[in-house]
Design a protein around this ligand. Structure first.
Ligand code: MRU
Length: 340
C-alpha cells in the first residue's frame, strides 16, 4: 500500500478521505492539485505531507516556462509558497520545501534545476522511508511481549509515505513476534484512527480494539494499557511536541497512571528554531469538520464549533522520543541537539 508514488510527470496518491469504504487512487499533475490534496487531507500525516509537498514543487517546476534562470526562480517561489501555505503545523513540510529551494538555488541552468528538483523530491521520500523504518526498529525495543498499547490518530505507512512512526513501532514489534493488543482511538473530528489506523492494523493482521477518544481514561485507569505511543507533527528544541488534538490529554492520563508515553518521529519533525511548544503554529480547521461527520450534520444549525487540529504536549509528560538517530529522554534540550 503506497500513500504516494512519483510517476515521472505526475504523482499518484491514495485518497485517504475515502478510506476505508473505497481505495481510490488519484493521479495529480498540477502543483495546485497537490496543494489542495494536502489541505483537504487526501494525503496527510507529517512525513507524507513533506513528501507530497516536495513532489508538488517538482511538478510545478517541470511546468514552468521561463526565459531566464531569474524568471524561473521567481515562478518557483510562487509554487513553493503555495505548497508551504497548505498546512502550518507539520515541520516536515517546511523541511522539504527548504531542501527543494536549496537544490534549486544551487542549480546553474533551468533544465538542470528541473532534473535536480525531481531527484531531490525522490530523495526526500527515500530518506523519510529509511528514517521511519529505522525509528520503528529502535522503538520496537521499548515494546514488551504481551503489551497492550494505546495509539492515537494515524501514524502508519499512509501517514509517512514510508514505514510509519508510532504505528511503525507497533508493526515492527508485532513482526518480531511479540504478542500485542492495540487500542486505537477513533480520533475526532476526522476519524483518522477509525478510518485509517483500523484499516492499516486490519491489513497487518494485528489484534486491535477501536475506542472513542473519550474512553482512553477508562481503559488506562483500569490498568488495561501498558504504554501510549503517538507520532508528532512538530517537536520544539525542548521536546514539547505538537500532535493530533487529544494527544495532550493522553499524555496527562499516562503520567497520572504511571505508564510510559512515547513519541515516535523522524528528525525531520524536529524544529530547533523553536525554543518551546508555545511557538508551534497550530492549524485551526473549519467548524464543519466538527458539526458534521462525513458530511452529515450532528449539531443544530448555526452551532459554533472550535477545531484546533493539534495540541502541544509539554516535554515533562514525554517518557522518550524515538527517532531514527536514537531514543532520547530528559533532558530533551541536550538530547535533541545531539541527534538532529
Ligand atoms: O491532520 P493529520 O491527519 O495530518 O494529523 C496527523 C497526525 O497528527 C499524526 O499523528 C502525525 O502527523 C504524526 S504521523 C506520522
Amino acid at each position: 500500500m503506497k500513500a504516494i508514488e512519483w510517476l515521472g510527470n505526475r504523482v499518484k496518491i491514495l485518497d485517504q478521505t475515502r478510506l476505508p469504504q473505497e481505495e481510490v487512487y488519484l493521479e495529480l499533475s498540477r502543483y495546485q492539485d497537490i496543494a489542495s490534496a494536502i489541505t483537504e487531507l487526501k494525503i496527510r500525516g507529517a512525513p507524507a505531507i513533506g513528501v507530497a509537498g516536495a513532489y508538488g514543487i517538482a511538478l510545478g517546476a517541470l511546468k514552468i516556462k521561463a526565459k531566464s534562470r531569474e524568471e524561473f526562480m521567481e515562478k518557483l517561489q510562487t509554487v513553493s509558497q503555495t505548497i508551504a501555505s497548505t498546512r502550518p503545523t507539520a515541520r516536515n513540510l517546511f523541511h522539504a520545501v527548504d531542501r527543494m529551494l536549496r537544490v534549486a538555488e544551487a542549480g546553474e541552468d533551468i533544465d538542470q534545476i528541473k532534473k535536480a528538483l525531481v531527484a531531490e523530491a525522490i530523495n526526500i521520500q527515500a530518506n523519510e522511508a529509511e528514517a521511519t523504518t529505522k525509528l520503528s526498529q529502535l522503538g520496537a525495543e521499548l515494546i514488551e511481549d504481551g503489551f497492550s498499547i494505546l495509539t492515537h490518530c494515524n501514524t502508519g505507512a499512509l501517514a509517512t509515505a514510508g514505514y510509519g512512526t508510532a504505528l511503525g513501532v507497533i508493526i515492527q514489534a508485532w513482526e518480531q513476534g511479540k504478542k500485542l493488543r492495540v487500542l486505537a482511538t477513533e480520533t475526532r473530528p476526522l476519524l483518522q484512527g477509525a478510518r485509517i489506523t483500523a484499516w492499516e492494523l486490519k491489513k497487518a493482521d494485528i489484534p486491535f480494539t477501536l475506542i472513542t477518544d473519550s474512553m482512553a481514561g477508562y481503559f488506562i485507569s483500569r490498568g488495561e494499557v501498558n504504554c501510549v505511543i503517538v507520532g508528532a507533527d512538530r517537536i520544539a528544541a525542548n521536546g514539547d511536541t505538537a500532535n493530533k488534538i487529544g494527544t495532550y490529554t493522553l499524555a496527562v492520563l499516562a503520567k497520572e497512571h504511571g505508564i510510559p508515553f512515547y513519541v515516535a518521529a523522524p528528525t525531520t519533525t524536529i524544529d530547533l528554531s523553536l525554543a518551546s511548544g508555545d511557538e508551534i503554529p497550530i492549524e485551526q480547521r473549519s467548524q464543519e469538520e466538527v458539526t458534521h461527520i462525513q458530511g452529515v450534520s450532528i449539531a443544530p444549525e448555526g452551532t459554533q464549533a472550535a477545531n484546533p487540529a493539534f495540541d502541544v504536549t509539554p516535554h515533562k509528560y514525554i517518557t522518550a522520543i524515538i527517532t531514527e538517530n536514537g531514543i532520547i529522554r530528559e533532558p530533551y534540550g541536550e538530547g535533541i541537539g545531539g541527534i538532529v
